[in-house]
Structures are given as structure tokens and as C-alpha cells.
Design a protein around this ligand. Structure first.
Ligand code: DX5
Ligand code: ZN
Length: 220
């Protein structure tokens, strides 16, 4: 099975978001990755539920909302009502991981946890049954266009092993600095979903990267 590719709209042209979504749809995107930042958990402020709702009416793509916000329990229902299929919260942003994950499921979405580069995988030990996805941050959250941090590769391998040995149906997503050079090691380590922002929207022939990444699995 090939990896799924989730282009991040963070690096898209925000004055033509509709066209950008149609462009990734036409070029083989599996999911659309929506980076939500609140100016508190990370310094930037990006999109809110109104944008998610507008896009929902224009695309059938699976909407992958990555909440880089403090106290995600206060916001997640709005994103689910707006049409997000999956809500991923940052482990570091809540003291009540179990409760927040249950709240996401209750509201009718799939639930994910994102781990910052310095956060160990072991924090997931007691929440595995609540998870649909684990997101390994391969940059520090807050901006697109940063360099991939190779020290996260053993964490990806460890998590892939955990998912396999526990026979779980959990996606393993990697986000940050993904491009043709960094993707092979990430796929080899066991990732099942790759997020790519600047490499898709800012590079020349970036749209080709979507299918290039999907084909990569077969040649590794
Ligand atoms: C970073 C975001 C990423 C980002 C990825 O805080 O979570 O999704 O947009 O961008 P690239 O692919 O440019 O590293
Ligand atoms: Zn993201």
C-alpha cells in the first residue's frame, strides 16, 4: 500500500484557497491538512472554523485538522461542526489528553495526537485505544518551510512498531520538512501519511510531488 499524501494549505495562496484545494485534488492528494494556530501555543495565527466550513462545501477531500492551539478542548467541537473529519491536538497543549480525545470521538470525528520533536512516544502508552492517528512533528510547530529534524526518525520507527505489534488501525503521520530528499527515510521508518506544505505549493512542479511521494513506497 502506498503512503497517503496530505498537502498542508499553510503554504498555499490564501487569496485563492478554493483553486488551491481543487489543484491538490486534481493532482492526487488523499487528504487536505489544515494547520490551525492560535497565537498562543505557537506565535502565528492562521485559520479558524469559518475557513474549514467554507472549504467543506467545496471539496470531498478528507479534512485533517491539526490544532496547534492551547486548551484544544475549548475549540475542537467547532472544527468538527465545520466539517473536519479528523482532529489532531498537540500533546503539549493539554493536561487532559484522555478527556480531550474522548471528546473528539464523542463529537463524531477521528482523533489524533501530535508529538513535538522533543516529546517521547511513551506518553501515548495509556491512550492507544482512543487513537486513530499519531502525528510525529518533524519540525517545531509554528511555520512552514523549516528543515526536517532527523532525530525524530527513531521515534517514527518505534511508533510504527507499536502500532504493528498491538495490531492497531492507527495512521502514522509525519509533518514538517517533507520533500523528495527527506521522504524515503520517513517512509522506510513506517509513516503512513505524509504532510507536505512548501514542497507542494512553493516549489516549481510542486504538484508533481504528491504522486512522486505516493510512488516512492514501491521503489524503497
Ligand atoms: C508546521 C505545520 C506543518 C507545515 C508543514 O507547524 O504543522 O503542517 O505546514 O510545512 P512544510 O511542509 O513546509 O514543512
Ligand atoms: Zn501541520
Amino acid at each position: 500500500m502506498s503512503v497517503k499524501v496530505a498537502p498542508s494549505l499553510l503554504s498555499a495562496d490564501f487569496s485563492r484557497l478554493y483553486d488551491e484545494v481543487k489543484r491538490i485534488e486534481a493532482n492526487g492528494a488523499d487528504w487536505v491538512h489544515l494547520d490551525v494556530m492560535d497565537g498562543h501555543f505557537v506565535p502565528s495565527i492562521t485559520i479558524g472554523p469559518v475557513v474549514v466550513q467554507s472549504l467543506r462545501s467545496q471539496t470531498d477531500l478528507f479534512m485533517d485538522a491539526h490544532l496547534m492551539v492551547s486548551e484544544p478542548d475549548n475549540h475542537l467541537e467547532q472544527f468538527i461542526e465545520a466539517g473536519a473529519n479528523l482532529v489532531t491536538i498537540q500533546f503539549e497543549a493539554t493536561a487532559h489528553l484522555d478527556r480531550v480525545l474522548r471528546k473528539i470521538k464523542k463529537a463524531g470525528a477521528k482523533a489524533g495526537v501530535a508529538l513535538n520533536p522533543a516529546t517521547p512516544a511513551s506518553v501515548l502508552e495509556y491512550v492507544w485505544p482512543l487513537l486513530d492517528l499519531v502525528l510525529v512533528m518533524s519540525v517545531n510547530p509554528g511555520a512552514g518551510g523549516q528543515a526536517f529534524i532527523p532525530e525524530v526518525l527513531p521515534k517514527i520507527k518505534y511508533l510504527a512498531n507499536q502500532i504493528h505489534s498491538r495490531s492497531l488501525q492507527v495512521e502514522l503521520e509525519v509533518d514538517g520538512g517533507i520533500n523528495l530528499e527527506t521522504a524515503p527515510a520517513v517512509i522506510k521508518a513506517g509513516a503512513s501519511v505524509l504532510v507536505a506544505g512548501s514542497a507542494v505549493f512553493k516549489a516549481e512542479n510542486g504538484m508533481d510531488l504528491i504522486n512522486d511521494l505516493k510512488k516512492m513506497q514501491n521503489v524503497l
